[in-house]
Design a protein around this ligand. Structure first.
Ligand SMILES: CC(C)(COP(=O)(O)OP(=O)(O)OC[C@H]1O[C@@H](n2cnc3c(N)ncnc32)[C@H](O)[C@@H]1OP(=O)(O)O)[C@@H](O)C(=O)NCCC(=O)NCCS
Length: 375
């Protein structure tokens, strides 16, 4: 193909993909100074002006002329906002890559650009498959491709080396015949105000208090699957896997934070929401920081979570029909929370909850139906 004459202009009326021009050098250079751009992509660091010149005038043009990569400039709001590319082509498939200037982010610009690019890949290049790869933790990139129907998200631990540092790699793909709609639920975690506390997403700033809470003797006793000794690395991993649960629709986990100073008082979750046969089920689980126990915070937090869980999805809730809660039989504090919130004891599983000394507790099972709770 000739560059730029043969580069197709693709637009949905809001976002336009077009051939790069020398006028894009300056905004591309500026975009690549952004810390997220440097952290989440393989661009050279430090990123110099000549890198932008070579990208816009040599690399992009060569890709169109020789085949093997198809790169567009993204226009949004009347100006250059970033780049998106397809690369590969062997075996009727390839990969998508993209970057957006910070000022344009958060407006679904990349979601739109990906949709346009996928149409080109499947309809014009005749590809059967488009793959996506990102460094582990790039949630904005993952959400943008998820919005467009990418699926089969996987993690390859330590799967890639960038600038001498080994990092996790995320993979996903979409094929020609798959619909370009989001697959499953990606739960957003609303802030919910309580009396003296608020429920909010867990953040990395909660690592220290999470470590204290989970290393605590009582937590370690009743939640015997917790790593022991429990370290800040475990807390970091715990918080990151809660993000994974939300993204895959399987769970929503809140920090219970003090309304005054925002310190973590505990954690409450609804999980098992992608249960094998019942997608209207949820299980409630929780732990409290030792200095937040004994004053009814968890009972009140669970009450708020129950409301959220039973609220229909189209009204911003989790659309659950039935909640279950399991507590070791001798764990009276936990059982109190279930009973104070209207759960019904429906059974006892005998000698099923392992303790660290090799013995087993009975596990009391409670449930609560949406029809039993006035919203
Ligand atoms: C990734 C990137 C292109 C996304 O561009 P964008 O136009 O903001 O993307 P979109 O608005 O279409 O979609 C992003 C979604 O991720 C969400 N998101 C952003 N940060 C998030 C986070 N930390 N956790 C969860 N979701 C997040 C946004 O809210 C948005 O959600 P929505 O679709 O529900 O509105 C942009 O952030 C970027 O250029 N980052 C640096 C370069 C990069 O990472 N490139 C990709 C390499 S694989």
């Amino acid at each position: 193909m000739r560059f730029p004459e043969d580069v197709p202009v693709l637009t949905d009326g809001v976002v336009t993909l077009r051939a790069h021009t020398p006028a894009d050098v300056e905004p591309a250079y500026e975009m690549c100074q952004d810390a997220d751009m440097q952290h989440w992509t393989t661009i050279p660091v430090p990123y110099e002006r000549e890198h932008a010149v070579a990208f816009v005038t040599e690399f992009v043009a060569a890709g169109w002329r020789d085949g093997g990569s198809w790169t567009w400039a993204i226009d949004y709001d009347g100006r250059f906002a970033g780049s998106i590319d397809l690369r590969g082509g062997d075996g009727n498939g390839g990969e998508i890559g993209f970057g957006l200037a910070p000022w344009a982010r958060g407006n679904r610009v990349m979601t739109r650009a990906i949709q346009l690019t996928l149409t080109y890949a499947f309809n014009t290049l005749g590809w059967d498959r488009v793959g996506w790869r990102a460094f582990g933790g790039n949630w904005a990139s993952r959400k943008a491709v998820w919005n467009c129907g990418f699926r089969r998200f996987q993690i390859v631990t330590g799967g890639v080396v960038v600038r001498g540092v080994r990092r996790d790699e995320w993979l996903a793909s979409i094929t020609r015949d798959e619909d370009r709609e989001p697959q499953g639920n990606w739960w957003t975690i609303p802030v919910i105000e309580g009396d003296g506390f608020r429920l909010r997403p867990l953040e990395d700033r909660d690592i220290e208090r999470t470590t204290e809470a989970c290393a605590d003797e009582r937590t370690q006793h009743w939640l015997s699957a917790m790593p022991s000794p429990y370290t800040a690395e475990h807390a970091k991993g715990f918080i990151e896997t809660r993000r994974e649960f939300a993204a895959t629709g399987s769970g929503v986990s809140w920090a219970i934070a003090d309304a005054g100073d925002d310190r973590l008082l505990g954690n409450v979750s609804v999980f098992d929401m992608t249960h094998r046969v019942d997608h209207t089920l949820g299980e409630i689980g929780y732990w409290a920081h030792p200095d937040a126990r004994g004053r009814g915070v968890m009972t009140a937090a669970v009450a708020l979570v129950i409301r959220q869980a039973f609220t229909p999805i189209d009204k911003g809730g989790l659309g659950r029909r039935r909640l279950v809660l399991l507590a070791n039989e001798p764990n009276s504090a936990s059982r109190h929370i279930a009973e104070a919130n209207g759960f019904t004891q429906v059974g006892v599983q005998r000698a099923t909850a392992p303790l660290r000394d090799g013995s087993y507790d009975n596990l009391v099972m409670y449930d609560l139906l949406a029809t039993e709770v006035a919203l």
